[in-house]
Design a protein around this ligand. Structure first.
Ligand code: SF4
Length: 691
């Protein structure tokens, strides 16, 4: 071994980007990342990664990283000591609570931080402040999917694992651009298709890579997926494909649901979805004939004003065909952030303690109060506010202070002007982040947290798989691991929790929350992982619902639905539909993936995709600049002419632009879960001169 090799440290970590949960070794010398080395033992990805996991790490040493706490003084920030900053945050939060009540404070936990940090965020909100107003960015993405699963089968997570997805005979991919957003899972499915004859049915307004490769592709009219799924369910009943034995043995409300499908004839579905009847028939026959069916869905389903209903419709279809509880079956909403699943699992939700234990159940409340050593009456039985409502209530002075951890709310929440008004109106805002983000610009105090490579913890990926990551390097400057910041803040507020290591936080969560009973750092050592629910003996549950559904009587529920059109549809003035989504080379606000520009350089420009027919009708050529105008705002960007989109549907990425897509999006949201209807935006388009 040479001296050079001796200096190289190899540390296992888990990717900080998407919900696939790739793990790999990082080879480092001091703070220099020498390479990302995937290994065969990695449970999700083996030797695969995507371009972000491999290369998008320049942010770790970015000169833009925050290295000291900052306190606002008039219109600028000044560096402050940790003692001063934490004391100020503690004092202001307690003063706000005492003056305006616990529900005048809102917490947004991080979907990039660890499970342990999510746990502490909700513990501060509940056990110290006394509010259930704590949420995370799943409000912007998969909460509607979770709601659909709660209504039908009972767990807010994927039914199985990647091992199940590759065993499916038929994978239905609805509103999910997996090849760009969950590339390593998409790669596994490509292999299953190539080597094992797996079939894909893709339903999406946009012809992305998975659609190009599909056995059948339905280019559906945006916002009409519920009609397609319900028409499929009706076809299953009408043509003898419904799994009667499964329905009789394991499902409630079958007859009531079957009757609710009366309007969803193929003829009606064709009118609403814009699909041909024979294409609908073909997709129904594919589903009816398949032995094992999985449905994957993502933001194309959820980010609508009725995304929870559309998610429910997909789960209904799986139940009708008996596609739950066997290998190669089930519902798979794909999680976006690396730990958006874990942030919800560990209690950053307005209605659940960790492990989805309801806040409004007095027995559950008593159990948590006992475990935390606080009086039961201190823990609120009242469901709290979510991200959407926190911003609304900040505008109306009902929420006076907020604490935002690792979330770029000012760029990511819909209707940017609304968010601006809300944050401007707050009495006190704390932002804990790696960078002086757009959200941090509104803050009174900014606390410098650490990325995953500078701390230890666990994440939960989209499969419900809990994985441990170790510190690759020490924190930059005076930044601190977020679990430590939260522990120290609690101490400043008079609650000395005494955690010295994140493993102690997980041990506490596991001792209280039934779903994590057997989770421990010892059982997560090396490349080991656990998949919740984890029983006390440490055994995982990779495949849910094999014996019973997660409901009081163990039976699933078929949930009748009505279709409602999108909240904002094209009209004479705003005549185009603006679709939007992620790209492979970028991640969300690009606060991390954009630093250093290595992956950004692969796709540097913001552009709008325009269909060939629309380009011809408007005399637009590739590279021309246009202004997109919605009822809320405008954005200017160049045109790319492509048949990825069709007719009057446009597509832009959510990553770029100073104000981004949310200068255009509006106030519409799903009333069931308050998820913004990012995908329901009508715009018009005007040619402008190239800037
Ligand atoms: Fe990271 Fe997701 Fe890429 Fe895997 S697929 S390397 S988790 S961004």
């Amino acid at each position: 071994t040479t001296l050079r090799q001796q200096e190289i440290k190899r540390t296992k970590t888990v990717c900080t980007y998407c919900g696939v949960g790739c793990s790999f070794e990082m080879w480092t010398r001091d703070r220099h990342l020498l390479k990302v080395q995937p290994v065969m033992d990695a449970p999700v990805n083996g030797i695969s990664t995507c371009v972000k996991g491999k290369f998008a790490w320049d942010f770790i040493n970015s000169p833009q990283r925050l290295t000291t706490p900052l306190i606002r003084e008039n219109d600028h920030f000044r560096p402050a000591s940790w003692d001063e900053a934490l004391a100020l945050v503690a004092r202001k939060l307690l003063e706000t609570r005492d003056q305006y009540g616990p529900d005048s404070i809102g917490f947004i936990g991080s979907s990039k931080g660890s499970n342990e940090e999510a746990y502490l965020t909700q513990k501060i909100a509940r056990a110290i402040i006394g509010t259930n107003s704590v949420d995370n960015s799943s409000r912007y993405c998969q909460n509607p999917a979770t709601e659909g699963l709660f209504r039908t089968v009972g767990y807010g997570g994927d039914a199985g694992t990647l091992a199940d997805l590759v065993q499916a005979d038929l994978v239905i991919i609805v509103g999910s651009n997996m090849a760009e957003n969950h590339p390593v899972i998409a790669a596994r499915l490509k292999a299953a298709k190539k080597h094992h004859g797996q079939k894909w049915l893709v339903v999406d307004p946009r012809r992305h890579e998975m659609a190009e490769r599909a056995d059948a592709y339905l280019r559906i009219r945006p916002g009409t997926d519920l009609v397609w799924a319900s028409a499929m369910a009706r076809y299953m009943f009408d043509h003898g494909y419904a799994d009667d034995a499964f329905l009789a043995a394991r499902v409630n409300h079958v007859e009531e649901y079957r009757q609710s499908l009366a309007p969803f004839t193929l003829d009606y579905a064709a009118q609403v979805t814009g699909l041909q009847e024979d294409a609908l028939c073909e997709s129904a026959e594919m589903i009816g004939h398949a032995e094992r069916v999985c449905i994957i869905w993502a933001m194309g389903i959820t980010q609508h004003s009725h995304g929870a209903d559309a998610s429910t419709a997909l789960s209904n279809l799986l139940l009708v065909t008996g596609n739950y509880g066997r290998p190669g079956t089930g519902g798979y909403p794909m999680r976006g952030h690396n730990n958006v699943q874990g942030a919800s699992d560990f209690g950053c939700l307005k209605n659940f303690y960790p492990g989805y234990e309801p806040v409004s159940d007095p027995q559950v409340r008593n159990k948590w109060a006992n475990a935390w050593g606080v009086p039961a009456e201190h823990l609120s039985l009242k469901v709290g506010q979510d991200n959407f409502m926190m911003v609304e209530m900040a505008r109306s002075d009902t929420i006076r202070a907020m604490y935002v951890i690792g979330e770029e709310t000012a760029f990511s929440d819909a209707d940017a002007e609304n968010v601006h008004q809300g944050f401007t109106n707050l009495d006190f805002l704390v932002v804990q982040d790696l960078f002086l983000s757009r959200t941090a610009q509104y803050a009174d105090v900014v606390l410098p947290g650490c990325p995953s490579v500078e701390k230890e913890g666990t994440f939960v990926n989209t499969e419900r798989r809990i994985q441990h990551f170790s510190a690759v390097m020490t924190p930059l400057g005076e930044s601190r691991p977020d679990w430590l910041i939260l522990t120290q803040l609690a101490a400043c507020m008079g609650h000395d929790w005494g955690y010295r290591h994140p493993g102690e936080i997980m041990a506490e969560a596991a001792a209280i929350a039934e779903s994590f009973a057997g989770v421990s750092y010892a059982r997560l050592e090396g490349w080991k992982s656990q998949i919740w629910p984890v029983s006390a003996d440490g055994s995982s549950t990779p495949l849910l619902y094999t014996e019973r559904f997660n409901t009081a009587d163990g039976r699933a529920t078929l949930f009748p639905l009505r279709w409602q059109p999108p909240a904002e549809e094209p009209d004479a003035l705003y005549d185009l539909t603006l679709d939007n989504g992620r790209m492979l080379e970028h991640f969300q606000s690009t606060n991390q993936s954009g630093q250093g520009g290595r992956t950004t350089a692969l796709s540097p420009h913001w552009y709008v995709e325009v269909s060939p027919e629309l380009a011809a009708a408007r005399s637009l050529n590739e590279g021309d600049w246009v202004r997109l105008i919605s009822r809320r705002g405008t954005q200017e960007l160049p045109v790319v002419v492509t048949d990825r989109v069709q007719g009057t549907v446009l597509f832009i990425s959510i990553h770029q632009g100073k104000d981004g897509v949310n200068a255009l999006t509006g106030e519409h949201h799903d009333p069931a879960v308050n998820t913004p209807a990012y995908k329901e935006v009508a715009v018009r388009l005007e040619p402008v001169d190239r800037p």
